[in-house]
Write a protein that binds this ligand. Structure first.
Ligand code: CAA
Length: 430
């Protein structure tokens, strides 16, 4: 019998702050129903100045890796399109913060929201060749389009951590993939820009067109049909996008191929199919988390499904602008529920602090100076880890309690704080 490769554990973290999209709609003079119904989004996560993709990713991974030995991981992969350094892989910080062994490979992966999926496929190939070893895959992103832009209500943040192994207690990835790449400019972020540029309508059309390409290739290679799948998870820029994609797949990709649905119009009778509904719950309140979002959808589905999904097949559609896409499927492992972090995830979302639109705008605009000085970040609520500030162009990270103690509490996003002296990460190598 062929050995199974897949996901042995999965956990997520977003931020401690959010904006209610009804209030954002009021502030922007937009009908709140546009965000709630038109986009399917209720709120969006906002990162404070002392969180970034590194702290989000490390906080997502911490509870998961604590179940393993520090030396079980051969590779830490970090998938992001909101990287903090053009050279150094974020995986190096994450390995250090988590106290994993130094005898470990690290890499940062980029291809918009798709890089987590290529990371997963590479990790699966690796563990098949090294069956006693594991890969830690962390996907982490902060979606930024700019204040008052059409993309603003589709911002958000979040990170998902997965352990990939040959003893997968959560999901066996057991199908060939259909994949597709094309050179297009629907969404991009030049190195000099903090916000993405996007041709929103074009990006949505490409999302659906690549669904068609990848689904057809997947069906050709796997011999599986739509009815062979019990649930579906789609990349989640906003939840209505997944609903539209699913409605098209359900209506038959053949009709898309033949041109009947090429106009961008919805098929009639669009409603949230129970095959996707549980997977949308977390994204509706965190917003887009780019590379993490498909796997936030998987976490949401597994955590929130009342039905035991053991033995059920899930179809996955991953889309990254620019663009690359992939369709594959996996089978949920029997007994998967004991591996989940349902309580922790629900509590995390319930305990977030709501921001006024004005405070969100201030947080959005916060920047540390980049002149090489010694600049601590103001102290906000974070997960287990904090971005403590910049010293001589070096980013300082550490445990939240240790680093927060070095600045006065909550100095405000415009306030200066005491200088930090940390030349090193405050961590605990295990
Ligand atoms: N009540 C209910 N619904 C309303 C409404 C109201 N009062 N007013 C508008 N709507 C509906 C619209 O009919 C529309 O729904 P349909 O598409 O089903 O017709 C929906 O709300 C959105 O309205 P608009 O199309 O007018 O919205 P917009 O032009 O202001 O912007 C957007 C929408 C293009 C998605 C924009 O938010 C954007 O650019 N977002 C970023 C790009 C993005 O998310 N692209 C997705 C695919 S690319 C990808 O997936 C990669 C990635 O992560 C970025």
């Amino acid at each position: 019998m062929a050995m199974a490769a897949g996901i042995d554990g999965i956990s997520f973290y977003s931020s401690q702050y959010f904006v209610d999209l009804r209030k954002l709609a009021d502030a922007r003079g937009v009908d709140p129903a546009k965000y709630a119904e038109g986009l399917g989004q209720l709120s969006m996560g906002v990162v404070p100045p002392d969180e970034d993709v590194i702290t989000l990713g490390a906080s997502a991974a911490a509870p998961l890796v604590s179940r393993y030995q520090a030396d079980e991981f051969d590779i830490v992969m970090f998938a992001t399109e909101s990287g903090v350094d053009e050279s150094k892989a974020g995986a190096i910080y994450i390995r250090h913060l988590l106290g994993l062994s130094r005898e470990c490979r690290v890499v940062e992966l980029k291809q918009a929201c798709y890089s987590s999926t290529v990371g997963l496929q590479l990790a699966l190939s690796y563990v098949r060749a090294h069956p006693n070893r594991k890969v830690l895959l962390v996907a982490s992103d902060i979606a930024r389009y700019g204040l008052g832009t059409p993309g603003e209500p589709t911002q958000g943040c979040g990170a998902v951590a997965m352990v990939v192994s040959m003893q997968p207690r959560v999901l066996v990835v057991d199908s060939p993939s259909g994949y597709y790449t094309e050179d297009v400019m629907d969404f991009w972020r030049p190195c000099y820009s903090n916000e993405a540029f996007v041709d929103g309508k074009f990006s949505a059309k490409l999302y659906l067109a690549t669904l068609e390409h990848t689904w057809n290739a997947y069906v050709r290679k796997s011999g599986l049909k739509f009815e062979d799948h019990d649930r579906f998870c789609y990349h989640l820029p906003f939840s209505r996008m997944a609903e539209k994609a699913h409605a098209r797949l359900a209506a038959g990709v053949g009709s898309i191929v033949n041109g009947a649905n090429r106009s961008g119009e919805d098929p009639p009778g669009l409603s949230v199919d129970p095959r996707i509904a549980d997977g949308l719950i977390y994204n509706r309140v965190t917003g887009n988390s780019y590379s993490a979002s498909l796997y936030l959808g998987l976490t949401s589905l597994l955590d929130n499904s009342r039905e035991d999904l053991g033995g059920k097949r899930i179809g996955f559609f991953s889309y990254g602008s620019g663009c690359s896409a992939e369709f594959y499927s996996g089978t949920v492992s029997t007994g998967y529920r004991s591996q989940l972090f349902v309580e922790e995830h629900h509590q995390h979302l319930q305990r977030r602090t709501e921001l006024s639109v004005i405070d969100y705008e201030k947080m959005f605009q916060f920047r540390l100076p980049t002149d090489g000085g010694n600049y601590p970040t103001p102290n906000y609520r974070t997960g287990r880890f904090r971005f403590a500030g910049l010293v001589n162009h070096k980013r300082i990270y550490g445990e939240a309690e240790a680093t927060a103690a070095r600045v006065s509490p909550h100095v405000g996003i415009n306030g200066a704080a005491a200088a930090i002296s940390g030349q090193e990460l405050r961590t605990h190598d295990r």
